[in-house]
Design a protein around this ligand. Structure first.
Ligand code: FES
Length: 295
């Protein structure tokens, strides 16, 4: 049911004409529930408009994407224009502008995962599911995406399902995961929660309403901690941070004529940092460039 409401329950509105009506498109019950959640989100911030990002996740938890009625709801609740809300929603890839599948399957095809097999996984999944990037299977189960590095390179090639990690995948294991998801089975990621949530469930978590699963499963795995373990074993420590020493070093740098932090500077003012900065070849190149500028 699509209903137009006077937005009397928008206590955080700024710059909106009192009594102005917004077409939020939610029925009374849904709208009341969303308004309660939105109030809770807004209360976390000094300014209402700062709540927009989690509010957009809240809308996705309801509609499965950032719907036109969700945009209208956010605008009404935060005292923004729908154009302002849309500008933010179109900037971030986690906000979907058309109905998303129950599971977003993201294959990392960034450099490391790509060469470690991510490209092959992508091709296999795309062919198996019959969809391309940012497309959803006809049954609405899977939205397939190429994704950028998820800071899990130590487990490359990595696949994400609704932002849960599936490490060290192969084309065959990736196909098995999506087949199980399509079949409605409970699927566990290799790290993190013991079961992957649906797109709407995870969107609610991203809106700031915990599902109680944050402490389930393994967080940092063995590969991630290998450097720390090695350092402990060999007694390596990071250089200590001494504020006085740091201040003295900064002062010495200033005395050297180096620009202060925040000061206007050009690349010519930088101290040499590599041998090439001072090599004869580098000097000749610089002279040639200076001559060219003067001629
Ligand atoms: S390149 Fe894939 S997680 Fe970093």
């Amino acid at each position: 049911m699509s209903v137009e409401h006077a937005d009397a329950a928008a206590p955080h509105g700024h710059g909106r004409v009192p009594g102005e009506r917004h077409a939020t498109g939610y029925d009374d019950e849904t709208r009341a529930r969303l308004t309660r959640d939105a109030d809770e989100i807004v209360a976390r911030y000094p300014q209402a408009r700062s709540a927009l990002l989690p509010m957009l996740h809240l809308v996705q938890s309801e509609d499965g994407y950032v719907s036109p009625r969700g945009i209208a709801f956010c605008a009404a609740h935060l005292g923004l224009t729908t154009a302002e809300v849309s500008a933010v929603a179109t900037f971030y890839t986690q906000y979907k502008r058309h109905p998303n599948g129950t599971y977003t399957v993201g294959v990392c095809t960034n450099t490391l995962c790509g060469v470690m097999g991510g490209d092959a996984i992508w091709e296999e999944l795309s062919e198996h599911l019959g969809v391309g990037h940012d497309e959803t299977t006809p049954d609405g189960a899977i939205t397939l995406e190429r994704i950028e590095c998820n800071a899990a390179c130590d487990y490359a090639p990595v696949m994400m399902v609704n932002w849960e990690f599936f490490d060290e995948q192969t084309p065959a294991s990736a196909v098995e995961v999506v087949d199980r998801l399509v079949a409605g089975e409970a699927v566990a990621p290799t790290r993190g929660a013991s079961q992957v949530g649906t797109f709407k469930e995870i969107s609610r978590v991203l809106a700031g309403f915990p599902d109680g699963r944050a402490d389930e499963g393994v967080g940092a795995g063995e590969a991630t901690l290998r450097g720390t373990a090695l350092a402990k074993e060999r007694g390596w420590t990071a250089p200590s941070f001494d504020a006085d020493e740091r201040a003295a070093a900064t002062a010495a740098q200033v005395d050297d004529g180096a620009p202060e932090v925040g000061e206007e500077q050009s690349s010519a003012q930088h101290a040499p940092t590599t041998p090439a900065d001072t090599s004869p070849t580098g000097e000749q190149r610089k002279q040639k460039s200076d001559d060219a500028k003067e001629s």
